[in-house]
Design a protein around this ligand. Structure first.
Ligand code: AMP
Ligand code: GLY
Length: 425
């Protein structure tokens, strides 16, 4: 099979790392890729949402299978574009169509979907751009903390959680009246606050059947002890001790099955990943959000624990044959620590030379915001590397990850020092 991965993050490097180990993989391309993917695959300089060029490239290189990494091309309808073209429609693709991707692309859509299918989630009310005053009044009758969500994609910045009524009212005004996120904040959801521990659950479905991939916990805040602003994700661990059999059974029965069955009932062609961000509230799972893709940096931890030939799973998904697949999971613990550019998620500099990569032997280093410059690898983004290590315990996995991090240097490198600590006790 000739395979094309779409995307350029640590997630896509982890996909490429796993896929390149499959005997079923012939040529592997990543569009646009990064310095890490260029070491194991061929990077193609085409943007993730340039469907016309991606289509031509697939024909030129006889691509047989496409794996879509990020949400933007899914929400813009990459599957619909390929299915509508006689020459492209037979290329296998892992990634839902435009309607399915609305699970991530519209929080109002996903909330209504959960309500229709009795899937446990936070209560919410949607307000439109002409209802800013109503939204303000509504807030006055709620208890803090207040949770506000822009309806559409807002690059991870669309959720505001505040204990201050004034701050919440200001945020509503900015979104609805001042269109802070453009079309994405033409609707805003005001949601009940869920108090608990978060978990990321990953489902690969062909629209009829599904396999459950290893779960993970993501560390979203920039600072140790979960402080400071939200980021794309500063680390992840898998497995997650509180996600024991009893809890995961509830997740499957109350959330995963109703989600897959709901999509089927609504005739949504969903061949791809459903990433369920959920909250464990006193032992009961509630959905916080759906994503139509895998998580970053959860994928890095998850790929290290899947023993299957990943290409076989992807083909089965795209062909609607997941019924015959069984997931095999490595019982090891995996910890991923993201190394970021100093200043991220605010202003940061690029172009710093990274050294010591070959000395980081206790971990697998997945590249994200990186670029090749002659013989050097230089920083080219906020999240630069994801350092992923295995161990027989969470403690050992953590030690191995941080040992590798100590070997890697660049001016201004930043990382959280406490990934997984909350799960150690
Ligand atoms: P999202 O962009 O939907 O992933 O939300 C970002 C983060 O906000 C989540 O990872 C949670 O930590 C938090 N969050 C979202 N919704 C809620 C909620 N209803 N209750 C508590 N925390 C929430
Ligand atoms: N790590 C969270 C995400 O990928 O959305």
């Amino acid at each position: 099979m000739n395979i094309l991965i779409i995307g350029n993050g640590g997630r896509e490097h982890a996909f490429a790392w796993k896929i390149s180990q499959s005997p079923k993989c012939n040529k592997l391309f990543v569009a646009p890729g990064n310095a890490g993917t260029s070491l194991i695959a061929t990077n193609v300089p085409i943007a993730v949402d340039d469907f016309r060029q991606l289509g031509s490239f697939c024909l030129e290189q006889t691509i047989n299978l496409i794996l879509v990494g990020p949400e933007v091309p899914l929400v813009k309808g990459i599957r619909d574009y390929f299915s509508a073209d006689e020459k492209l429609k037979n290329i296998l693709m892992v990634g839902p169509d435009k309607t399915g991707a609305q699970l991530e692309g519209s929080k109002d859509f996903s909330k209504q979907f959960m309500l229709r299918h009795n899937i446990p989630t936070a209560k919410a009310k949607t307000f439109f751009s002409n209802q800013s005053k109503e939204a303000s009044l509504y807030l006055e009758n709620l208890q803090p903390p207040f949770v506000l969500k822009a309806d559409g994609l807002a690059a991870g910045k669309g959720v505001v959680i505040s204990s201050s009524l004034n701050e919440a009212k200001l945020a509503v005004r900015e979104m609805l009246e001042e269109k802070k996120f453009g079309k994405a904040s033409a609707k805003v959801l005001i949601e009940e606050f869920l108090d608990g521990i978060e978990l990321s659950v990953f489902v690969l479905t062909d629209g009829k059947d599904y396999v459950l991939l290893p779960e993970a916990k993501d560390y979203k805040r920039i600072g140790d002890g979960d402080t400071g602003p939200n980021t794309g994700g500063m680390g992840s661990v898998s497995p997650v001790p509180f996600a024991d059999q009893t809890f995961m059974k509830k997740v499957e029965e109350k959330i995963v099955k109703p989600t897959v069955n709901g999509l089927k009932k609504e005739n949504v062609e969903y061949k791809g990943f459903v990433f369920i961000g959920l909250m464990n509230v006193k032992g009961e799972p509630y959905v916080i959000e759906y994503n139509a893709r895998m998580g970053d940096p959860e994928t890095q931890s998850v790929m290290m624990r899947i023993k299957n030939d990943f290409v076989e799973l992807l083909i089965a998904c795209a062909m609607g044959e997941l019924k015959n697949q069984k997931i095999e999971i490595d019982p090891s613990y995996v910890t991923t620590v993201v190394m970021a550019a100093g200043g991220y998620p605010d202003y940061y500099e690029k172009g710093k030379i990274i050294s010591g990569l070959t000395n980081a032997t206790t971990a697998q280093v997945f590249y994200a915001g990186t670029k090749r410059s002659g013989e050097e690898i230089i920083t080219d983004g906020g999240r630069v590397l994801a350092v992923t290590a295995k161990g027989l315990s969470l403690r050992e996995a953590k030690q191995n990850a941080y040992k590798a991090i100590n070997e890697i240097q660049w001016e201004g490198k930043y990382f959280r020092k406490d990934i997984g600590d909350d799960l150690l006790s």
